[in-house]
Design a protein around this ligand. Structure first.
Ligand code: ADP
Ligand code: MG
Length: 442
C-alpha cells in the first residue's frame, strides 16, 4: 500500500461513511508525481476534486505531517484530464514561489469567487482594505458568524491575494495550532514552531472559539499575537461568535481580539443565495437552469456549504441515470436528502448533543434533578426538540418524564421570554440550533 493510500485509509476512520464513500473513496494517489512535500491525488471529476480540496486537503496534509513529519502541499487533480494537460492544469496548485513555510490555501477561495450582498458587504470591504494595507488598516481583523456563511472563504481570499504579492501566509485551524504546539513542545523544537508562526507576514487562525478552555495554547497564542502585532504583521481571525461571547478565553486575549476591527457576516438573503449557487455552478462547470437554482436556494438553510454537496449529488445522479437536471429530477433527488435531514434530528440526538455541549449527562437531562445547570440543559433540549422535530407536546412530556404537556408549554414560554430578554442566551440557542441543523457536529 502506498503512503497516500494509507493516509486515505486513516481518513476513513475520522470522517462519516457517506462522505467517505462519495468522495474520498473515489481518489487515487499518484505515486509518480508525488514527492515528500507534494502529494498528488487524482479525482474522477471536478466536483469531487473541488469538494475534497475544500473540505479535506488540509486534513490530508495534516495526516501526512503526523506520519512523516513533513506537511506536504496536497493537490487534487482531475484524472481524465491528466494526460492532456498536466503542468498547466488549473487544478494543480502551483508550487509556492519561495522556501519559507507557507500554508496551502484553497485556490478557489478568492475575492472574485465571493458573492457580495448586504449580509457580508461590510466584512468583504474590510477584508479588501486589509489587502490594501496589511498590518495597518485593521489589525487584527476579526470575522464572526454562523456555520457556512463564508468566513473561511473570505479570510483565505485575503491570503490568496497577499500570497501573490509574495507575502508569507500561515493559515491554521486552532486544532492544527494546538497540534503543532504540543508536538514541538514535546520534541523540544519550539524554535521551529516560532519560526512558523512568528516569522510570517500574515497569520490567519480559523475558528478561534475552539481555543476555549485551552489555557496553555492560549498563552502561546497570546505571545505569538504580541510579537506579530508589534511588527505590524497582519492577523486575521474567524469565530462563530463575537469575542465577548466566547467563553473560556482569557480576558487579555479577548481584548486583543477587539483591538482591530470586529465584523460579522449575516445569513445571506435569498438573492445572495441564488448568486452563490450560480457562482458555484460556474466554478464547477455544472449547467443547470434558473428554475432549478431558485429551487435549491429555497430549500437550503443559510449554510452555503450545502450547495457544493447538492450540486455534486445532482451531477452524480444525472450521470448515473443519464438524465438532464430538470426541476422534477432535482426535487426527486433531493427529496430523500430533505427527509433524511429532518429524520436525522430526533429528541435523542438533541439530548445527546446538548449534554455534550453543556457538559451534563443525557440521563441527568431526563431525570428530575433540579440543579441549575441541569434544569438549564433540560429546558434548552425541550425547546430545541420542540422546534426541530415533529414531536407533539404530550410526546415530549413523556420523553422528558414530565406530568403532562402543560409543563412543556410552560418551558417553551419561559425560553421564548429569555430569548427576548437575554442576548447571551439567544446567541447560545441560535448556536446550538445551527449546529444541530448542520449535522450536530461539536
Ligand atoms: P464558514 O467558514 O463561515 O463556515 P466557508 O467559508 O467554509 O464558511 O464557506 C462554506 C462554503 O460556502 C464554501 O464553499 C464557500 O466558498 C461558500 N460560500 C460562502 N459564502 C459565500 C459567498 N458569499 N460567495 C461565494 N461562496 C460562498
Ligand atoms: Mg470556516
Amino acid at each position: 500500500m502506498t503512503i497516500g493510500d494509507s493516509i486515505l485509509k486513516q481518513l476513513k476512520q475520522e470522517i462519516n461513511e457517506v462522505e467517505y464513500n462519495r468522495y474520498i473513496k473515489q481518489l487515487s494517489f499518484c505515486t509518480e508525481n508525488s514527492k515528500t512535500d507534494y502529494a498528488l491525488f487524482l479525482a474522477p471529476n471536478p466536483l469531487i476534486a473541488s469538494w475534497v480540496r475544500t473540505k479535506y486537503s488540509e486534513k490530508i496534509a495534516h495526516l501526512f505531517e503526523i506520519k512523516t513529519s513533513i506537511k506536504p502541499q496536497v493537490a487534487i487533480e482531475i484524472k481524465s484530464k491528466k494526460q492532456t494537460n498536466s503542468k498547466n492544469s488549473e487544478n494543480i496548485i502551483s508550487a509556492p514561489a519561495h522556501n519559507t513555510q507557507q500554508s496551502l490555501l484553497n485556490p478557489a477561495y478568492t475575492f472574485e469567487n465571493y458573492v457580495v450582498g448586504s449580509s457580508n458587504q461590510f466584512a468583504f470591504s474590510a477584508a479588501q482594505s486589509v489587502c490594501d494595507k496589511p498590518g495597518e488598516a485593521y489589525n487584527p481583523l476579526f470575522i464572526y458568524g454562523g456555520v457556512g456563511l463564508g468566513k473561511t472563504h473570505l479570510m483565505q481570499a485575503v491570503g490568496n491575494r497577499l500570497q501573490t504579492q509574495g507575502k508569507t501566509i500561515i493559515f491554521s485551524s486552532v486544532e492544527q495550532f494546538v497540534n503543532d504546539f504540543t508536538r514541538h513542545l514535546r520534541n523540544q523544537t519550539m524554535d521551529r514552531f516560532k519560526d512558523k508562526y512568528r516569522k510570517c507576514d500574515v497569520l490567519m487562525i480559523d475558528d478561534v472559539q475552539f481555543l476555549s478552555g485551552k489555557t496553555q495554547t492560549q498563552e502561546e497564542f497570546f505571545h505569538t499575537f504580541e510579537v506579530l502585532k508589534s511588527e505590524n504583521k497582519q492577523i486575521i481571525l474567524t469565530s462563530d461568535k463575537q469575542p465577548k461571547q466566547i467563553a473560556g478565553i482569557e480576558d487579555r486575549l479577548i481584548s486583543r481580539f477587539e483591538w482591530g476591527l470586529v465584523t460579522d457576516i449575516q445569513p445571506p438573503e435569498l438573492e445572495t443565495k441564488i448568486a452563490i449557487i450560480n457562482k458555484k455552478c460556474e466554478i464547477n462547470r455544472v449547467d443547470i437552469s434558473k428554475e432549478v437554482i431558485d429551487y435549491i436556494a429555497t430549500i437550503i438553510d443559510n449554510n452555503a456549504r450545502e450547495i457544493e454537496g447538492i450540486l455534486s449529488k445532482l451531477h452524480a445522479y444525472a450521470k448515473l441515470m443519464n438524465q438532464t437536471i430538470t426541476l422534477e429530477f432535482t426535487k426527486n433527488v433531493l427529496k430523500e436528502q430533505l427527509k433524511e435531514k429532518r429524520e436525522n434530528i430526533t429528541i435523542e440526538s438533541i439530548v445527546k448533543f446538548v449534554s455534550k455541549e453543556l457538559n451534563v449527562k443525557p440521563s441527568e437531562i431526563k431525570s428530575k434533578n433540579r440543579s441549575k445547570n441541569i434544569v438549564y440543559a433540560r429546558r434548552v433540549s425541550i425547546y430545541l426538540a420542540r422546534s426541530l422535530t415533529q414531536n407533539t407536546m404530550p410526546q415530549l412530556a413523556q420523553y422528558f418524564g414530565m406530568k403532562d404537556h402543560t409543563t412543556i408549554s410552560h418551558t417553551m414560554k419561559k425560553i421564548n421570554e429569555l430569548i427576548k430578554s437575554d442576548e447571551n442566551f439567544k446567541v447560545k440557542i441560535d448556536e446550538l440550533n445551527n449546529k444541530i441543523s448542520a449535522g450536530g457536529q461539536t
